[in-house]
Design a protein around this ligand. Structure first.
Ligand code: NDP
Length: 400
């Protein structure tokens, strides 16, 4: 059917690439381009004997728009799937605009020198994408991503209006290390050490990091401590889901993770302010990333499950209604299938599905759009087909 250019070749990209190769009717050709080409070549070598998808590789520094434009002009893709880091979102969007190529990503732009992710920079491209007649699909991972699709699906099929959404992200995986992060450590630590916030009655309520704690009994996992965080999808769902009064996001953390994080924070290791060390400028958090286990190395060691989903409270025909839509995923099963643990898996599968929706023309809406703005049904079907089946409970435990 078409050609996809995938930028980045880390944990999430590796899963998305495996999944494209399982879906050769749609992804007849993929080009993997990243900063370190050797990683792209290694994946090409592993996968090309297993698939009829034609795989090529390229080297690119996605911080440079001119390099990206040259790459897109050479490869001529039908869609670009950005699986590099949030810092590269705008350069890749610029290059897609210049070459009139549809764009898909999984994380919103964050300037490298400020730990503040927001959609405003990417939404500012809306008119230019519309004029160019190309679609940008923002946030096609799990959260953001599937959580937005679940919200659109709940609204379409179960509610007249949704008033409350709690997004619950539980990782009950155990990798056996005292401290490691499940995806890019720099991005992960920036996210969890920032202030929390939630949307209520038309404005943001800010909290201290990890200030709000709840315990939740997760289906197929059991009771876990979870903490309120700010999260990307709150910003777009607050606008795109009519009738919304409050949206919160909770993520589970074990005590060992939190104790280590507090200690690293206290000694200054999570700072993104550059310091001078032996005549060279270094960023403490980037140095920390270099000494922590590579998330890709956690795959073979991680046991247990993830459970990510949304609890909705709203109204249908004047009656109050509750609904919980969630997916559970097993780390060891994921590793067996694609050589990665469930955190990368639950992001890489929806990234492939988002690119597929654009490539096969199921989703076409010129402009810059968040995932909940599209028809959720074909995406929900694809989740079942490609390894992330979801469940619905009409009588869930609620979060206080
Ligand atoms: P990794 O660090 O494992 O991979 C990032 C990849 O991007 C690496 O291959 C890296 O290259 C490449 N890269 C970095 N900078 C550049 C550059 N300037 N030019 C070209 N390539 C570059 O990250 P993850 O796979 O864990 O995360 C990928 C994305 O997914 C991130 O944006 C993350 O925020 C997002 N994510 C989204 C989730 C969701 O649910 N929505 C959940 C988890 C992650 P190199 O190999 O040279 O370092």
């Amino acid at each position: 059917m078409g050609k996809c250019l995938i930028i980045g070749c880390g944990g999430v990209a590796s899963v998305a690439i495996h999944k494209c190769c399982q879906n050769s009717d749609v992804f007849t050709e993929i080009c993997i381009a990243s900063r370190t080409k050797a990683k792209c070549d290694a994946l090409q070598e592993k996968l090309e004997k297993t698939t009829s998808t034609k795989i090529t590789t390229e080297q690119v520094n996605a911080d440079h728009v001119d390099e990206l434009i040259a790459l897109i002009e050479k490869v001529q893709p039908d869609v670009v799937l950005n699986l590099a880091l949030p810092y590269q979102d705008l350069t890749i969007m610029d290059a897609c605009l210049a070459t009139k190529t549809p764009y898909v990503d999984t994380a919103n732009y964050e300037p490298e020198d400020t730990a503040k992710f927001e959609y405003k920079w990417q939404w500012a491209y809306n008119d230019r994408y519309k004029e160019a007649g190309i679609t940008a699909l923002l946030g096609s991972g799990f959260d953001p991503g599937v959580t937005g699709v679940f919200s659109a699906y709940a609204l379409k099929h179960y509610f007249d209006e949704i008033n409350y959404i709690d997004i619950l992200d539980c990782n009950a995986g155990d990798h056996g290390y005292p401290f490691a992060t499940n995806f890019n450590p720099e991005i992960n630590i920036r996210e969890v050490s920032a202030n929390g916030s939630y949307w209520e009655d038309g404005h943001w309520v800010e909290t201290k990091p990890m200030e709000i704690k709840r315990v939740y009994n997760f289906p197929e996992i059991g009771e876990k401590d979870m903490y309120l965080l700010h999260h990307e999808e709150l910003e777009s769902l607050a606008i795109n889901i009519p009738g919304i009064k409050r949206i919160r996001f909770f993520m589970t953390f074990g005590q060992s993770y939190l104790t280590h994080l507090k200690c690293l924070e206290n000694v200054g290791m999570t700072s993104i302010e550059p310091i001078m060390y032996e005549g060279k400028e270094i960023v403490p958090l980037q140095f920390l990333k270099a000494v922590l286990p590579d998330p890709a190395s956690l795959g073979p060691r991680t046991k247990g499950k993830t459970n990510i989903g949304c609890i909705f409270i709203g109204k249908k025909n004047g009656e109050e209604k509750k609904l919980y839509i969630y997916n559970t995923c097993d780390h060891e099963e994921c590793y067996k299938e694609v050589g990665s643990q469930a955190v990368a898996y639950t992001t890489g599968v929806p990234a492939m599905i988002g690119a597929m929706m654009i490539l096969n023309g199921t989703w076409k809406k010129p402009g810059v759009h968040n995932i909940e703005e599209f028809d959720p049904d074909p995406f929900m079907d694809a989740l079942n087909r490609f390894g992330l089946p979801w469940k619905i409970s009409e009588n869930p435990d609620l979060v206080e």
